[in-house]
Design a protein around this ligand. Structure first.
Ligand code: SF4
Length: 292
């Protein structure tokens, strides 16, 4: 069996830098409390927990005066002020590409655009972006979500950084058509980040060359799910693998070429483990096919 890795995959610089900041603090003996997971990967989260980097859901869970980290996904603009007023020390690890989206959203509202964010309303990044619009942005995953929404004179569409490029294009086309038909001015700003675009392009190329695609990444990782989705859109069979134990040997039966990709929050060593397991399973299958 041949194993092919995607040309672009795994850790993006935003997640890597955020982890570095909290790891350094944790290792120097300063406990850090991250608001939500610093990375949607259970293996990395376990490792960080071991060096005093803890995940909290709200400031109420952090001890008095603690160091609280904003994750790469960012936070609403008032978060830092509120936290500091309560006596916490804030470390901001927001990815610069998320900061750029927040600033874009803020500027659009200042220019009196009605802002639509294409993304998952529950995702921390999207909640942060909406915060930067003063709560004025509308979030949609599909056009039906806009039912009952009335555009103003000017509308701007932006996207969560890890959105599926193809689906964003389709939604944007349809929305532009509807707004133009109503005489509304519309701007589309592609805020999907470069690492996401590269990984999606690479998984589509990969999917066309292999029989099966395995996307390694945490079940909470939206960008890993989108890699599976992109591979499926290219007609490949694709599965998400969070841990090496998730790999089912049945998936590999009869497969000649298997492709591997990984989400932006998946460390290389997890990918290496999955690849080693694929080799073991392939060897077992070939032993069954060619008995001594
Ligand atoms: Fe930054 Fe993109 Fe990585 Fe998100 S996926 S942390 S926006 S580089």
């Amino acid at each position: 069996m041949e194993i092919v890795r995607a040309a672009s995959m795994g850790f993006c610089f935003g997640v890597r830098d955020a982890i570095e900041v909290v790891r350094e603090l944790g290792e120097s003996g300063t406990p850090v409390y991250t608001l939500g997971a610093i990375v949607h990967n259970p293996q990395v989260a376990e490792e960080l927990e071991g060096i005093n980097v803890h995940v909290i859901d709200s400031l109420d869970e952090a001890p008095e005066g603690a160091v609280v980290a904003i994750t790469a996904h960012g936070a609403p603009p008032d978060f830092e002020e509120v936290a500091e007023r309560r006596g916490f020390k804030v470390v901001d690890t927001t990815c610069p590409l998320v900061t750029r989206i927040q600033k874009t959203a803020y500027d659009l509202v200042q220019q009196r655009y009605s802002v639509i964010v294409y993304g998952d309303a529950q995702h921390k990044e999207v909640r942060g972006i909406v915060g930067w619009t003063g709560g004025k942005a509308t979030v949609m995953k599909k056009l039906e979500d806009l039912e009952g929404w009335e555009p103003t004179r000017r509308v701007a569409l932006i996207a969560q950084s890890t959105s599926n490029v193809q689906l964003f294009i389709e939604v944007a086309k349809e929305l532009v058509g509807r707004m133009v038909a109503r005489g509304v001015e519309i701007r589309v700003i592609n805020t999907i980040c470069k690492p996401t675009k590269e990984r999606q392009r690479a998984v589509r190329d990969l999917a066309r060359q292999v029989d099966l695609v395995l996307a390694v990444g945490g079940v909470q990782s939206a960008n890993t799910r989108k890699l599976v989705q992109a591979a499926e859109e290219e007609g490949a069979r694709a599965y998400q693998v969070q841990r090496v134990e998730d790999l089912q040997s049945e998936w590999l039966r009869g497969i000649e070429r298997v492709g591997i990709t990984a989400g932006a929050s998946t460390p290389d060593w997890v990918v290496d483990q999955v690849e080693a397991r694929i080799r073991d399973v392939a060897a077992d299958h070939s032993r069954v096919l060619t008995p001594a």
